[in-house]
Design a protein around this ligand. Structure first.
Ligand code: GDP
Ligand code: MG
Length: 668
């Protein structure tokens, strides 16, 4: 007799499997694929039972190899009883798979694992009621402590040959479609519901390998498609939606959460913050508020004092160097090269710290989870998965961890797609560029301008997702369910650690990589190819290369070699864009006493329009070398990595081009 173990990843399958079979296991592969197949044997009352450990999966749709293997094995393989292992501390998500398994109609029991976690949370689950609603035996266990494992096994054995009746929860419309499909294709609702449902979800694919009339299948598929015309959700989404609705209603009755009070307050807040219509305006408003605080009275107040401090330090060092009678060249290197470049970056520390602090507050209060939820709703309309949005939100901090976070996406194509668009989420390092240009050209509306850049990043990411989906991720998007944590007042300590972590990264970067880059840049723009000091930096190594590259940027409004080279250096690290501008525009003006002094030289080269175009290009073009390396590692392909950065740079050029050219037309 064969017993199959099926459950979500991390539900405790392996723990239960080991508990049941002890050392009596053998490991092989499923035929034709590299997915591991583990079989263990249990002897009980003279009978030997095979326990088969199936891959951990969230659903049975035909998305991944794991899901296909599991479905085919359960439907066509030699399975007598299914043990569906469910993580009791994560019921919403786990029960989705349970409902899909029940539709297959094979004898099944649910092993309700992690009961200890539920207990520790003081949550009460009415197992009898849950069992009644789901019409399946449910055995509570704690696999890690071997509790209930024996009872679970015995119940599974008893379940053999039991007839499982399908649940009745679909909407009337879905039911009528089910019965039509059942009649037309002569599939029995009681025993083949899962195939019928799959036909409704994805059409003819569901009938592969079955004895059906192909013309009938095509006609029927057409008819099913008709039924969903004009609906907001795709046909497969309708089916999953109805499953989730049922799960929600079941849990409302069977599960008593402990933190009712917190929950109900959270629910009230969520009624507003995740409201169907208001959610997005509120999200935009909150993001705007973040920038307003960073740039508004508070930000500029702190910034003014901070800049005085930096200025003071630079003047002291300059005076010290003069006193030590160092040569002009060393003086220039330190004052213009190092202090000018690094100082320009560091002067944005107050605004960056406020921005990071705000993002930390949004995260630890629970709002970011809502943002992902809201975006999921929006994304789904475009056929994208909101699951991608969490790594994308991390991209506001830094693309490197964001790219790594895509590992949580199961589908390889979806993962690749997400990596293509993550760099469009503006990272903290690009912020000084916006800040300095906004201060120089849009002093009346700095917050609004910077906010608009971030929003353009999100919009370009979404548009890219829709367009690229056609090429990269032709398959369906995976379902995304997330449990919204209750709102919490962030603790001071937590916020401090979070913010400090990011600020420290910013400062460390400025003190190491960028410091080095600044020194190199200073040399390259001080000397020419014959290693002689040049009078006019346009004749330097940097100047000559820059003039060649600048041609590319001419149509974008900033075909000036210093601007062009700062973007090239930006590949080292995005903070270096401002640092390079500091070094290049600072030369010949003596000491840059404050980054504010950059404003003057910038105004000579840029107009407000070309400054905006420059900001857009900085927002979108290829990420820094650290992100590039991460992307290469995560995609594990040079081709895709180069395609991605090529795409990003191409989009950057195009959008900046359109902004500048259209802007020029409008402004005359
Ligand atoms: P799988 O991915 O489904 O194979 O899950 P594992 O068996 O690897 O378990 C995932 C994690 O959950 C491991 O750290 C287990 O030790 C832990 N775990 C398994 N069962 C229980 C349980 O009943 N209670 C608790 N608290 N942890 C468990
Ligand atoms: Mg496992």
């Amino acid at each position: 007799m064969n017993i199959a173990l099926v459950g979500n990843p991390n539900s405790g399958k392996t723990t239960l499997f080991n508990e049941l079979t002890g050392s009596n296991q053998s490991v092989g592969n499923w035929p034709g694929v590299t997915v591991e197949k583990k079989v263990g044997k249990v002897k009980f009352n003279q009978i030997t039972y095979n326990i088969i450990d199936l891959p951990g999966i969230y659903s049975l749709s035909t998305m991944s190899v794991d899901e296909v293997i599991t479905r085919e094995y359960i439907e066509k393989g030699d399975v007598d009883v299914i043990i569906n292992i469910v993580d009791a501390s994560n019921l919403e998500r786990n029960l989705f798979l349970t409902l899909q398994l029940l539709e297959i109609g094979k004898p099944m029991i649910v092993a309700l694992n992690m009961m200890d976690v539920l207990e520790a949370r003081h949550e009460k689950l009415n197992i009898k009621l849950l069992s009644k609603y789901l019409n399946v035996p449910i055995i509570p266990i704690v696999a890690s402590k071997a509790k209930g494992v024996k009872a679970c096994f015995q119940n599974a054995v008893l379940q053999k040959d039991k007839v499982m009746e399908p649940l009745d929860f679909y909407s009337d419309k879905t039911k009528s479609i089910i019965s039509k499909v059942s009649q037309e294709l002569e599939w029995d609702i009681d025993t083949q519901l899962s195939t019928i449902i799959r036909f409704i979800e994805e059409g003819p694919e569901a009938s592969l390998g079955l004895d059906v009339n192909l013309f009938k299948v095509a006609d029927l598929n057409e008819w099913v498609e008709q039924q969903f015309v004009g609906d907001v959700l795709d046909r497969d989404m309708v089916i999953s939606d109805e499953k989730y609705n049922y799960i929600t209603s079941v849990l409302k009755g069977a599960l008593t959460k402990n933190d009712r009070d917190i929950d109900s307050i959270s629910n009230k807040i969520d009624k507003v913050l995740t409201h169907r219509v208001l959610a997005i305006p509120i999200f935009l408003f909150i993001m705007y508020l973040v920038f307003f605080i960073a740039f508004g009275p508070l930000g500029s107040f702190i910034k003014d004092y901070f800049e005085l401090g930096i200025e003071w330090v630079i003047i002291q060092i300059a005076a010290l160097l003069r006193m030590m009678n160092v040569s002009d060249i060393v003086y220039n290197l330190v004052v213009d090269g190092i202090l000018g470049g690094v100082g320009a970056i560091l002067s944005f520390l107050p605004e960056i710290s406020i921005l990071f602090l705000m993002l930390s507050i949004l995260e630890s209060s629970g709002y970011m989870a809502r943002a992902a939820f809201i975006m999921d709703r929006l994304f789904r309309r475009f056929g994208l998965s909101g699951r991608s949005f969490i790594p994308m939100l991390m991209g506001f901090g830094c693309s490197v961890p964001a790219l790594m976070a895509t590992r949580t996406l199961e589908n390889e194509r979806e993962r690749r797609l997400t990596m293509f668009i993550i760099p469009f989420m503006s990272c903290g390092a690009k912020f000084p560029v916006y800040a300095i240009f906004a201060a120089a050209f849009f002093s009346q509306s700095q917050a609004l301008v910077v906010f608009s850049i971030y929003i353009i990043g999100i919009i370009i990411a979404i548009i890219s997702g829709i367009v690229l989906k056609r090429f990269i991720n032709k398959g369906k998007t995976t379902n995304f369910i997330m449990e919204l944590p209750p709102y919490r007042l962030p603790t001071f300590k937590n916020l401090f650690i979070h913010t400090w972590d990011r600020v420290r990264g910013f400062v460390l970067n400025a003190g190491t990589v960028i410091l080095l880059a600044m020194i190199v840049i200073w040399f390259l723009h001080t000397f020419n190819f014959q290693f002689q000091i040049v009078e006019n930096s346009a004749e330097s190594i940097f100047g000559i290369i820059g003039q060649a590259i600048a041609i590319i940027f001419k149509p974008l409004g900033f075909g000036e070699w210093r601007a062009a080279m700062s973007l090239v250096v930006g590949f080292v690290a995005k903070e270096a864009v401002v640092g390079t501008l500091g070094v290049l525009y600072g030369l010949g003006e003596g000491v840059i006493e404050s980054p504010e002094m950059l404003v003057g030289p910038l105004r000579n080269v840029f107009t407000p329009l070309s400054a905006y175009s420059f900001m857009i290009f900085t927002l979108l073009y290829l990420p820094c070398v650290a992100a590039f390396a991460t992307m290469k590692r995560e995609m594990n392909s040079w081709k895709w990595t180069l395609l991605a950065v090529g795409y990003q740079t191409g989009v950057a050029w195009l959008v900046a081009f359109v902004v500048y050219q259209v802007g020029s037309l409008i402004l005359g």
